[in-house]
Design a protein around this ligand. Structure first.
Ligand SMILES: Cc1ncc(COP(=O)(O)O)c(C=O)c1O
Length: 416
């Protein structure tokens, strides 16, 4: 039985919600932790930690194959988690939910499997955008080395928004798939993915959406979007590391060959020939991350307590506040100023390397990310080697933004 989504939602109160996340009480360097690296990974509520501990303490057994109580119970919980994901993103069927390690593995699975299927012919093209994470560039390149398939890149303007006219002009009879990010981890841009999907579908081209940064911040309905593939990672949505989701429409998953071979994905095996199980099992070779799946289910339960629109409103207000406060820091330039943005502020401060910013404010317990954010083409587009990035979540507060600003001014004084 899957947990029913509560009809009466829990009222959002940031101070109460912060108590759900034990790590937020931690002191770092003698200071209260200010965690502003949520785009890298989100913190875990106690309920997710408890689900993992409970599973290993009381329910641990391998799934799908055992005919004893514990194995059947572990199987039920794991498959229950698949149902929770199905409902969370409104997939048509639970068999369209493939558990993988994370967004990276999901894209590798699609690229590799399509390549094996002769989906691509010599000279075909894949459209990605200039703001992709390396996870949505490198798997296609690995595959294109084998098939001589070319990547075409949708350009972005100085605000970090996709040029949709340029996208349309990139489409040709050689375009086989469009693979774009929903929300950019480096810029915070929210892309018009519904429009992109509509345009691609008008040419009968399937679309993969990298939802790694979107899923913790916005409601996703894969049927409403009509996405052909949608991928995300559990650890960015308050769940454990090592678990993620590939959603694919049945028509694609059924025509795609397996990604990896081994136990649990077969129907019959002889030395001459193997036949494969149906989806999703066809894509889940070997013992999966059982605890991870159950933990991801618990993170979905956690989010389902709230009205997601209320969380989004809070996060959008916090982003607005942070943008205003950071913009007031002398010499600070925000990289990524799209009209539609979510939760991420990338910035540089004139004359100070982002690594110095990150290292100095860490002494005050403030955790931000510095570097190229696995998005080197974006850095090149804006002519910067790296940025500092504060990424927000609903458990962050205005007081934490104020502490970040104090920290940045301290850095500036040190370099004056
Ligand atoms: C937009 C985007 N796509 C893909 C990934 C890869 O996620 P993972 O490392 O969890 O596979 C990330 C991680 O930062 C990301 O931000």
């Amino acid at each position: 039985m899957i947990n029913t989504i509560p009809e009466v939602k829990r009222k959002f109160d940031v101070e109460v919600v912060r108590n759900d996340f034990p790590i937020l009480k931690r002191q770092i360097n003698g200071k209260q932790l200010v965690y502003l690296d949520n785009a890298a990974t989100t913190q875990k509520p106690q309920t997710v930690i408890d689900a993992l501990t409970h599973y290993y303490t009381y329910d641990n057994a391998n799934i799908h194959r055992g005919l004893y109580f514990l194995s059947e119970f572990a199987t039920e919980q794991y498959e229950n988690a698949r149902l929770k994901v199905k409902e969370f993103i409104n997939a048509l069927s639970a068999s369209e939910i493939i558990f993988v390690k994370g967004a990276t593995e999901a894209i590798n699975l699609v690229a590799t499997s399509l390549c094996r299927n002769n989906f691509f012919n010599e000279g075909d093209e894949i459209i990605v955008s200039n703001m992709e994470h390396h996870a949505n560039i490198v798997p296609w390149q690995l595959m294109s080395d084998r098939k001589n398939v070319k990547l075409k890149v949708i350009p972005i303007n100085d605000n970090g928004e996709l040029n949709i006219d340029a996208f349309i002009s990139l489409i040709s009879e050689k375009t086989k798939i469009v693979s774009v990010v929903h929300i950019s981890n480096a810029l915070g841009t929210v892309n018009p993915i519904k429009k992109i999907i509509e345009i691609a579908h008008s040419y009968n081209i399937p679309v993969l959406i990298d939802g790694a940064q979107a899923i913790p911040h916005v409601k996703v309905d894969v049927q409403e979007l009509d996405a052909d593939f949608y991928v995300f990672s559990g650890h960015k949505v308050f769940g454990p590391t090592g678990i993620g989701v590939l959603y694919g429409k049945t028509e694609y998953l059924e025509m795609m060959p397996p990604y990896q071979g081994g136990g649990d994905m077969i129907r019959t095996v002889t030395f001459e020939k193997t036949t494969f199980d149906d989806i999703p099992k066809k894509f889940e070779a070997g013992t999966p991350n059982i605890a991870g799946g159950i933990g991801l289910g618990a993170s979905i339960d956690y989010l389902n307590q709230f009205d997601r629109d209320e969380l989004k409103k809070y996060e959008d207000n916090l982003l607005k506040y942070a943008t205003e406060q950071l913009s007031a820091v002398d010499g600070l330039r925000i990289i990524g100023t799209a009209k539609e943005k979510s939760s991420v502020i990338s910035f540089i401060i004139e004359g100070i390397h982002p690594y110095d910013i990150g290292t100095i404010i860490d002494t005050d317990g403030i955790a931000i990310r510095t570097g190229h954010h696995c998005a080197q083409p974006v850095m090149r587009r804006f002519n910067v080697p790296a940025t500092a990035r504060a990424s927000l979540c609903f458990y962050n507060t205005k007081e934490e933004i104020d502490k970040l600003v104090v920290g940045l001014n301290k850095v500036k004084k040190m370099f004056a």
